[in-house]
Each structure stands twice: as C-alpha cells, then as structure tokens.
Ligand binder design. Structure first.
Ligand code: NAG
Ligand code: NAG
Ligand code: NAG
Ligand code: NAG
Ligand code: NAG
Length: 545
C-alpha cells in the first residue's frame, strides 16, 4: 500500500513535470468547432434505414439548421436575443392521400440555450489514434449502462481529426445499444460526416420569407391530427408525436426506456406513412402496438400449426369437382355478421390465447346457425384453463385442431356461467358450471381451395384458420391486406373467417381477429383471397353441431 502510494506520487510528479498541461488537457476532451457546415448520413444497421442529413451551426449567429432527406424536411433554430429561449421552425411536405406535397411550416419555442448538433461527448474518453486519408485520427470511446433495461449497455465510438486551431471535427460516430446478457443489439447506428466547412453564412440560416409559419401549441390533444401535421423525419417532431402517442394510449415508461420506445415508434410511424403514401390495397395506422418490437408482441399471437388431429373427426364431404359445381349456386358475397351468427369482437389481451378465440368464434357461429340466429357468448377462458391435456398451453399458445378436439369431448360453457375472460392461466373450474354447449366434431376444409372454403362458410358457418402475422398486420387499419413478406412464413396466429366479398376485382375474406375493436376495421381484417396469403388456407376448420 505504501509502495503503491509512493508510486502514485512519483507518477503524478513526473506527469506534471513532463507535460505541457494545457496541451495535454485539450488532448483529453473533444472540442467541437463553433462554426460548421457538415453533410452526414446515419445508417441504422438494425432497420437498414439510411438517413442523410446536412447541418449548419453558428455560435456567432446563435442559429442552426438541419436538412433531412435532401431537404424535404428542414429545421431552423433562431435564438431570441436576451430571451431564455429560441424558436425552432420546421418545414416539411404534408402527407395527403393524393400525394400532392404542400410544404407546411410550424414553429415552437425551445427553452434554454442552443444545443450542439454533433454527438454528445459526455461519456467519451480518448482511445488511441489511427491514420486515415493521410490524416491523424483521434478515437474516442465510452461505455454506459441503460437503466431500466436489464443488462442494457451503450457503446459509443467517435472518430475525429484535429484542426490547426485545436478544434475536433467528427468523421464517424458509432452507437451500439445492446442487452449484454443475451448480446441482443436493439439499436446500432453509424453516422458518417463529410464536407466540413467552417464558413457558415447568415443566408444559409435564414428561413424563406414566403413560408407562413404558425405556432402549434395544441399538440397532444388528438394523436391522429398530430401525426398528420408532424413529420417522422424531424427529431423535434418525433418528440412531439411520441409524447402525444403516450398520452393517447395512456402509456408510462421509466425515463431510461423512452429512447428505446421512441425509436420503435418513430420507425413504425415512418414505415406506416410511407406505406400509406404508396396507395396500396390496404392502409396501416399507428396503434397501441406501435412502440413494441415484433418479438415483444408475441403475446398477440400463440397458435401453432397442428400436428395431431389434423384432418378433424369428420372428413370434408365434397371433392374439388363437387365444390366447383356447388360454388356456382353460392352468393358472390357473404357476411355471416348480417345473419346474426357472429358475436361482438373480443380481446385476448396480454395472453397468447388466439387459438381459443378463433375456435370458440367458429363454435359460436355454428351453434347460432343451427338455432336460426340465437347466439351465445361462449367461454374462451374455459379452454385456456382446461384444454392443457390436449397439447394446448393456455396463454402460451395452442393449436386449432386440439382446441376443437377438446370442445368435442368436453363441451363449452357460456362466459356467464364459467366466469369472465381473465387474460391469464387459471384453475379449470368446469365442474361448477351448470351446463355446456356441445359439438359433434370438426372438419378440416380441403386446404388451399378457396371454393371449398366458400362452400364451408355457406353450409356450416364460420371457419377458424391458422395464419402468419407480421408487424404490418399488427398495424393494419383498413382495406384488403396483402403483404408479400407474409408468404411462406411459420403459422403463429389463429383467426376466424366469417365471410367473403369482392372489391375492385379483388376477392377477399372477412376475417375476425381477437385484438379488440380499435385494431383494423372494427376488429376485422379483409385478407386477399386469391390463393393462400399468409397461409390462410392451410388449416381451415369448422365445427359440426
Ligand atoms: C496533443 O496533441 C498535439 C496535436 O495533435 C500533439 O502535437 C501532441 O503531441 C499531443 N500530446 C500528447 C501528450 O499526446
Ligand atoms: C389510389 O387508389 C385508389 C383506389 O385504387 C384510386 O382510385 C386512386 O386514384 C389512387 N390514387 C393515387 C394518387 O394513385
Ligand atoms: C465553405 O462555405 C462557403 C460558404 O458557403 C463557400 O463559399 C466555400 O466555397 C466553402 N468552402 C469549401 C472548401 O467548400
Ligand atoms: C367450484 O366448486 C368447488 C367445489 O365445490 C368450490 O370449492 C369452488 O369455490 C367453486 N368455485 C367457484 C368459482 O364457484
Ligand atoms: C401465396 C399466394 O397465394 N399469394 C397470393 C396472395 O394474394 C395476392 C394478391 O391477391 C396474389 O397475387 C398472390 O398470388
């Protein structure tokens, strides 16, 4: 210990004696220029999104400007002399259905002094030097933990070169956010900076006169309107949109989780906006799922492809030839909701019980059809609690064939009798119910045969199907859903087909989901019916009563 202290004292003295201390100190901190114009691009290695931007910054003028995506979106910051705030002007094209891009300008007050536009240097330490393009490059590195995310870690690396006046110009910045315990990287960006210029002109920092900029103080009242006015490429708008989103959906996160949520939200917002501008057959919308990863949303799904009683208890009674003849007699459109066979939309909540909801809806419909429209609200919870012996696992998922097999053997009580849906695995309390509704068996409709499905819907009632669901479908809002990315993927969800129709020569299935009425068209989705989109025709089952 004495030895160590002595060593430390010797080291400190030697250190102080041998250095030009001003010089040494400045080598250990990053000193950005106070005047700069830079071009840059941020590459998100997780999402693949490349975001080009350009910045002008002047401490002399107390102003900055950033342009995004070649200048379609711009931000101008102008400080107010002697006032503790500045004004941030943003201009961007407004998203209209007909693709006419009208430029709008908004302004907001920003408290405090002007912020630098270059990476935050607070956590960075010198980490060696390298050579690039005949220049000496300083490397800076920092590692911090992300509070609120178990094992969350941020690694930052910055590469700069030093000008003759001692200022450090960035050329590359890398930020990697990961969960160290599983190595999962949830954000990884590289930003390249180039074309540094230390001359910044007032005219570059001045907004065009013919823009009519208004103060929008009313953000946060109506999410849908806010997202129309704001733009996902402008960082300050992302903040406003995200705040409005949290308010609208009554979401609360701990401080350190906001970055992560905001990233997912803005990514989805941008993706949805671009999708909707393409005027494809369906629209998407920001909803309660839009700040979650696809992985986190596993609870929305939970149906596996069958592997046991695949064909059902009774074979489908028609051959493909018979079906083709029968289909001639069928109506061109069918909606079993209009017959009174379909109960109101339900929500499975945070529980992977879609398999119970889709099979129960098919049973409810078959019973209502047999009783001429008298319907009962049957208990999904009884399946979640009691169908484990059949290969189902409550909220952890299940299969359609074994759900029907269970109902055929045990019957299904009403929700009123069994108890309301709980969104969790509970004890099976079937012995307490006074009576159950019974089915004779179930049938797998000939797979990949749209005509067979139409015959089944007309003759037997709703058909439960297993499908693949992706993030686009989770944010579906209206129209006929067709997504090439949905093809050839694993089954993960159970829904119920309750009819079919034609719009603009495109045939579709009317599909009932179990994610509440806020999602899709009042809880329903129209899915392209051509052949086998999202594997919708691989495992279709109806109940026989
Ligand atoms: C500090 O940086 C200057 C300029 O790059 C260099 O000349 C000097 O050797 C550095 N000092 C140390 C101790 O690294
Ligand atoms: C968008 O699609 C609709 C329906 O297909 C069509 O009527 C409309 O003209 C399209 N608009 C644009 C801008 O392509
Ligand atoms: C730097 O910017 C000024 C003002 O825009 C311009 O006149 C000058 O040519 C630029 N210098 C370089 C090296 O591009
Ligand atoms: C169900 O019946 C058992 C045995 O009779 C009883 O202990 C239990 O409290 C009942 N549960 C409900 C929800 O009524
Ligand atoms: C795999 C498959 O059947 N895809 C079809 C889904 O629907 C689209 C649009 O109607 C068809 O073009 C695909 O062939």
């Amino acid at each position: 210990m004495v030895y160590l202290t002595a060593l430390l004292i010797w080291f400190t003295i030697t250190f102080y004696h041998s250095c030009n201390c001003e010089q040494e100190k400045s080598n250990h901190t990053i000193n950005y220029p106070t005047e700069y114009h830079l071009r840059a691009e941020e590459i998100n290695l997780v999402t693949g999104i490349v975001k080009p931007f350009e910045v002008w910054y002047s401490e002399k003028l107390d102003r900055y400007r950033s342009d995004y995506f070649g200048g379609s979106c711009k931000e101008y910051y102008v400080s107010k002399a002697k006032k503790p705030y500045g004004i941030l002007y943003t201009t961007h094209p407004i998203a209209t259905m007909d693709l006419k891009n009208e430029i709008v300008c908004n302004k907001v007050k920003l408290k405090g002094s002007m912020e630098n536009l270059l990476p935050d240097t607070e956590n960075l330490e010198p980490n060696g030097e390298t050579e690039y393009d005949g220049r000496k490059i300083q490397i800076w590195y920092g590692e911090t933990t992300v509070l609120g995310i178990v094992g969350g870690r941020v690694e930052e690396t910055l590469w700069t070169y030093r000008l003759a006046d001692g200022k450090d110009v960035p050329i590359r910045y890398e930020s990697k956010k990961s969960k160290s315990w599983n190595g999962h990287i949830f954000k990884h960006t590289i930003t390249n900076y180039y074309n540094f210029n230390s001359t910044v002109l007032l005219e570059d920092l001045t907004l065009s006169d013919d823009l009519d900029c208004t103060f929008d103080a009313k953000f946060g009242k109506n999410l849908k309107e806010d997202l129309q006015i704001l733009h996902p490429d402008i960082p300050s708008h992302v903040n406003l949109g995200y705040t409005s989103y949290l308010q609208h959906h009554k979401k609360k996160y701990i401080e350190s989780e906001h970055d992560f949520r905001k990233d997912i939200f803005s990514h989805n917002w941008r993706h949805i906006r671009e999708h909707n501008l393409k005027n494809l057959s369906y629209k998407m919308a920001i909803n309660e799922f839009s700040d979650r990863t696809d992985e986190e949303l596993k609870y929305l799904t939970g149906t596996r492809a069958p592997h046991e009683k695949v064909e059902g208890t009774h074979p489908f009674p028609y051959t493909l030839e018979q079906v083709d003849a029968l289909v001639e007699e069928l109506p061109k459109e069918l909606d079993l909701r209009l017959e009174g066979f379909i109960r109101p939309i339900k929500s499975q909540g945070h529980c992977g019980s879609c398999w119970a909801f889709s099979s129960t809806a098919a049973v409810e419909g078959a019973i209502a059809k047999s009783l001429g429209g008298k319907s009962f609200d049957l208990s999904e919870q009884s399946l979640v609690d009691c169908a484990w012996g059949y290969g189902n696992e409550g909220c952890n998922g299940g299969m359609l064939d074994t759900a029907f097999e269970y109902i055929a053997k045990n019957g299904i009580p009403t929700s009123e009798d069994y108890g309301t849906y709980e969104e969790l695995d509970d004890y099976c309390e079937l012995e307490n119910v006074s009576s159950v509704h019974e089915i004779v068996g179930f049938t797998r409709v000939t797979p990949r045969s749209p005509n067979s499905l139409k015959v089944a819907l007309n003759k037997y009632g709703p058909v439960a199907v297993a499908i693949h669901v992706n993030m686009n479908m989770k944010q579906y809002s209206s129209g006929i859903y067709y997504d090439p990315e949905c093809q050839g993927q694993d089954i993960n969800h159970g829904v119920t087909i309750i009819g079919y129709g034609v719009r603009d020569d495109q045939e579709y299935w009317i599909v009932r989901n179990s994610w509440g009425t806020d999602w899709g068209e009042g809880g329903y989705i129209l899915m392209a019916a051509d052949i086998d989109n999202c594997s919708i025709l691989d495992y279709p089952y109806y109940a026989i009563v």
